[in-house]
Design a protein around this ligand. Structure first.
Ligand SMILES: Nc1ncnc2c1ncn2[C@@H]1O[C@H](COP(=O)(O)OP(=O)(O)OP(=O)(O)O)[C@@H](O)[C@H]1O
Length: 804
């Protein structure tokens, strides 16, 4: 096919004209083809190559061909084969010398060649035209192409940017896909794990359900136990809740009372301040009044003097006036005489001149006297002014005096008011103070731990610890025993081994005030031997900062009683000091103690004094024959304490005793009366250093010593019983033949204030004794809360048991 078309002009699909021409040309070819076929059919043989030209017709035909060459060549079409055949055509063999034929053949060939050439030329021209057309079309097409190209470029750019955007979107989408895929993978992983876990859980569940079954069985048995425990727990919780409520009520009451006390205190302070200011002001006014009175007297005196002076001056003036009048009359007489003389007798010129000079003198004297009179008159008016002024100031002073008198009266009324307010405030303060103490508890227990002493052994650990929980802070103590067992206790206050004497006194000073306010106050120190009772109560009187509660309390009492003098209070104080040893009373202030031997003891067959304790209807205690000393100062008390200490030590030595085996009781009776209000108070302050408690098993005592220890333990146990019974207002008070408790009975219970110090030694070797002391104190402490004995954390018999 390629060979067939190689001589044809190229076709352009866009060249419609060309296409039309081609159609025309193909029509032509078809026509020629048809003619050939016709011719072939006419000759009845196969057509040789280039037959249209080579089929040599007869001469006519040849002529025709020649003649028609001009018109025919346009219809003749040559293919490459035709041309090749034409060029390869050889002269027909025949008569080699037949030139004519050869020429004819040659002519024919030339004709055909010419025809072919012409055709080719025509074809070429057609081709050239077609080429031009095609070039123009190509130009157009190229232009179009470039337009299209730029358009395409633009579009490509647009598309590129779109592609970029799309790529970005694709990128982000890919990222999202990747993320989602990773999420998906994770989720799958999770799911797988969950599946595993579920299966594991299922396995576990299976095992658990078997276990559950077992546990259920156990639970059933435990539930039965729990029911009984719950009962117990409920009871303890109810008790706990009631305690908490009581505590919170106490706290709120305490707070409000504290606040009102503070208010009253500040009011009292301001009132006292005002009072002193008013007093000062009053004094200043009195002074002022006095000075005004003095100045008024002076002014009156001056006024009188001035009046006298004025009178004198007036008289003098009168005299001078009289004198002047007389002189004037004399002059007139003389002038008349001169005239008479001149006229009647004609005296001599000399006499006249002398008389003239005399007259001149008299006139001069008269002028001088006039001047003097004028001066005196001026002085008189000045004095009159002064007098007026003095009168004015005297009336002013008088009105001022009246005003001052009024102010003084007013101030005196206010003073009386304020004094009344102070008295009322004082009453309120007492009431509030007492309410506070009642809220704190009329029976309180403080615990004090002494520091480890060199005697306890170097490097010894403390057998106590202090819990730091909020509710137990400052109130809790734990006794640690050698086996590591802990015994917790809670009191109203716990003073650790670092607490100073001052810290301890600060806490009890309010109680001392109560004694002055007319209440009965008892402060005990209880504990085993060597636990610090004497240190707490007496301290070391030589070192001021180590003084104990007894000297500090007495100092405070005298200090306050002095300060209350301004308010009209007068106090009478009586002190007694006794010792109870083995249920025997000893008077430590007795002046007739021969060599300190107890009067109650029979000596050389002579029976000693018999001290009997009696309570009167007013709730006061009397010990017959006991020395009672009136005391007015702290120095007197100190000397009494020294005397008591001396009697005690002498008695102790002589009787071969230890101070720790007797109860030491200091009693101060306070009677107060207010001269302004006629109010009366009667208070008692008992300060007691109890005998050291001791376990029978420890003491290893026999005989008298055993009896002694038993007596001490009995009296201590009895004391707690009495406190307990009185706190519960029980009718029957079990004194159990204890002199100590019988003696103190009026000072326990009711309105009385009781404070017990339980002294503890931190030495581990005495932790057994410490536990007993703490249990005893806990029992006393429980009294105030009013817990029935069976509900306390320890049994009532515990304390007694511990003493054997
Ligand atoms: N808080 C303390 N700080 C320092 N030393 C103390 C303290 N308490 C006690 N002591 C010392 O412990 C020793 C024993 O104290 P104290 O004599 O007061 O005990 P006690 O309980 O009165 O003994 P007893 O029952 O034998 O009379 C004393 O040497 C005392 O100084």
């Amino acid at each position: 096919m390629a060979s067939r078309n190689q001589n044809r002009p190229p076709r352009s699909p866009s060249n419609k004209k060309g296409a039309a021409e081609e159609v025309v040309m193909s029509d032509k070819r078809r026509r020629i083809g048809a003619e050939r076929v016709e011719r072939q059919g006419a000759t009845g043989r196969g057509r040789p190559p280039f037959a249209a030209v080579n089929n040599r017709p007869d001469v006519n035909t040849a002529n025709e061909v020649v003649n028609t060459e001009g018109s025919e060549c346009s219809t003749v079409e040559f293919t490459k084969e035709d041309v090749d055949a034409l060029l390869n055509e050889k002269m027909k063999k025949g008569n080699t010398f037949d030139n004519k034929k050869k020429i004819e053949q040659m002519g024919d060939l030339i004709k055909r060649l010419k025809l072919c050439v012409r055709w080719f030329k025509q074809v070429e021209e057609g081709h050239i035209q077609e080429k031009e057309k095609l070039q123009a079309a190509l130009g157009c097409a190229e232009k179009k192409c470039t337009d299209t190209e730029t358009e395409m470029k633009n579009k490509i750019e647009e598309l590129n940017s779109a592609i970029c955007d799309l790529r970005k979107t694709i990128y982000s989408l890919e990222e999202r896909i990747a993320k989602e895929e990773s999420d998906k993978l994770e989720a799958i992983e999770r799911h797988r794990k969950e599946k595993e876990a579920r299966s594991a859980a299922e396995q576990m569940q299976a095992s658990l359900s078997t276990e559950l079954e077992k546990v259920r069985q156990e639970k059933l048995t435990a539930e039965q136990k729990a029911v009984s425990n719950e009962d117990l727990y409920k009871r303890s919780q109810e008790y706990n809740i009631s305690l908490q409520q009581y505590n919170s009520r106490l706290q709120t009451d305490l707070e409000t009372t504290n606040e009102s006390l503070k208010r009253v205190e500040t009011e009292k302070l301001t009132i006292v301040e005002n009072l002193s200011n008013i007093r000062g002001h009053n004094k200043a006014l009195q002074d002022q009044l006095q000075s005004v009175k003095v100045s008024q007297d002076e002014a009156t005196k001056q006024k009188e003097l001035l009046a006298q002076e004025l009178k004198c001056l007036r008289e003098e003036l009168q005299q001078i006036r009289d004198d002047r009048d007389r002189r004037g009359k004399q002059v007139q007489d003389l002038t008349g005489e001169v005239e008479k003389f001149k006229a009647i007798t004609g005296d001599t010129l000399e006499q006249l001149e002398s008389l003239t000079t005399k007259t001149r003198d008299l006139e001069e004297r008269c002028a001088l006297q006039k001047e003097q009179i004028r001066k005196l008159e001026n002085q008189l008016s000045l004095e009159k002014d002064k007098l007026k002024m003095a009168d004015l100031s005297a009336s002013e002073t008088k009105s001022e005096y009246e005003e001052q008198k009024r102010i003084i009266n007013e101030l005196q009324n206010r003073l009386a008011d304020k004094e009344f307010q102070v008295i009322e405030g004082e009453k309120l303060r007492k009431k509030l103070h007492n309410t506070i103490l009642e809220l704190k508890g009329n029976i309180r227990v403080f615990c004090r731990v002494r520091p480890l002493l060199p005697d306890d052994g170097i490097g010894t650990d403390m057998a106590v610890s202090y819990p730091t929980s909020t509710e137990a802070l400052g109130r809790g103590i734990e006794l640690v025993q050698s086996a590591g067992q802990k015994y917790p206790f809670t009191f109203d206050k716990v003073f650790n081994h670092e607490a100073s004497q001052d810290d301890v006194f600060t806490e009890i000073s309010q109680l001392v005030q109560s004694a002055l306010d007319g209440y009965k106050v008892c402060i005990f120190a209880y504990g085993q031997t060597g636990s610090g009772k004497t240190y707490t109560m007496m301290g070391k009187p030589d070192a001021p900062e180590l003084k104990g509660l007894i000297p500090r309390s007495l100092e405070q009492i005298f200090q306050i009683s002095q300060s209350l003098k301004d308010q009209g209070w007068k106090y009478k104080m009586q002190a007694s000091i006794l010792e109870i040893y083995n249920e025997t009373i000893r008077d430590l202030l007795s002046s007739n103690r021969p060599n300190g031997i107890d009067q109650a003891r029979p000596e050389n067959g002579v029976p000693g004094k018999q001290y009997t304790i009696k309570h009167d209807a007013n709730g006061n205690t009397h010990v017959s024959e006991l020395t009672i000393v009136d005391v007015t100062s702290v120095y007197e008390i100190s000397s009494l304490l020294q005397q008591a200490a001396h009697s005690r030590s002498v008695g102790r030595t002589q009787m071969n005793e230890q101070s720790s085996r007797s109860h030491f009781v200091f009693t101060l009776r306070i009677c107060g009366i207010n001269e302004n209000t006629e109010q009366q108070v009667q208070g008692v302050l008992n300060l007691i250093d109890l005998a050291g408690s001791e376990r029978l098993s420890r003491s290893g005592a026999t005989g008298d010593r055993l009896k002694e220890t038993q007596a001490i333990n009995r009296s201590l146990s009895s004391l707690s019983d009495v406190i307990f019974a009185l706190a519960k207002k029980e009718e029957h008070v079990p004194f159990r033949n204890s002199k100590l408790t019988y003696l103190l009975q009026p000072c326990l219970g009711g309105d009385s204030k009781t404070l017990m110090f339980v002294n503890i030694s931190p030495d581990p070797s005495s932790s057994g004794e410490s536990l007993c002391s703490l249990r005893f104190a806990a029992r006393v402490n429980a009294c105030e809360i009013g817990i029935p004995r069976r509900q306390t954390s320890m049994k009532s018999s515990d304390s007694r048991l511990s003493y054997g």
